[in-house]
Ligand binder design. Structure first.
Ligand code: AMP
Length: 138
C-alpha cells in the first residue's frame, strides 16, 4: 500500500521539499510542532528501522544532521528533538520510515511526556541478559 510519503516522493501530491537524493527526501512537516519541523524520509517504502539496512539508516542520519545544523544556524535554534516513531504502537501515523527534526526553545511551551516506570527485583538482569549485544555483525 502506497503511503502519503510515497505520493510525495513520486510528486503525485505537493510538499515543501528541503532536500532530495536517490535514497531520501526531506520536507517540511505539514502540521509542525514548531515552525521548521522537518521530516527526513527514506525513499524506499519500509515502515521501521528493523527493516532498514544500516547504510540507509546512516544516510538518513547524515541528512538529519545537516538539516539540524542548518536549522540551528538560520533560526538561531538552541535545541532540537530528533525522533523516530518506530511503529504504530509508538505513535507512528505514516508507516513509512521517517525521522522528525523538531526545533525547540526552552520557553516554547511544548513537552514530550512519557511517564516512566521502575525495574522490579531481578528485572535489570533479565533485561540485560535479553538485550546485551555480543557484536554488531548479526
Ligand atoms: P508519524 O506520527 O511519526 O508517522 O509522523 C507523521 C508526520 O507526517 C506527522 O507529523 C504529519 O504532520 C506529517 N504529514 C502527514 N502528511 C503530510 C504531508 N502531506 N506533508 C507533510 N507532512 C505530512
Amino acid at each position: 500500500m502506497s503511503t502519503v510519503f510515497t505520493k510525495i516522493i513520486n510528486k503525485e501530491i505537493p510538499a515543501t521539499i528541503l532536500y532530495e537524493d536517490e535514497l531520501s527526501i526531506a520536507i517540511l512537516d505539514i502540521a509542525p510542532v514548531n515552525k521548521g519541523h522537518s521530516l527526513v524520509i527514506a525513499k524506499e517504502e519500509i515502515p521501521t528501522t528493523d527493516q532498514c539496512p544500516d547504510e540507509l539508516l546512516a544516510h538518513l542520519m547524515r541528512v538529519v544532521r545537516r538539516l539540524d545544523m542548518r536549522m540551528r544556524e538560520r533560526f538561531n535554534i538552541e535545541a532540537t528533538n530528533i525522533i523516530i516513531n518506530n511503529g504504530k504502537a509508538a505513535g507512528q501515523e505514516v508507516p513509512h520510515l521517517h525521522i522528525h527534526i523538531i526545533p525547540r526553545a526552552a520557553d516554547d511551551g511544548k513537552t514530550i511526556t512519557m511517564p516512566k516506570c521502575r525495574y522490579g527485583e531481578g528485572e535489570l538482569e533479565h533485561y540485560r541478559n535479553e538485550l546485551s549485544l555480543d557484536n554488531l555483525a548479526d
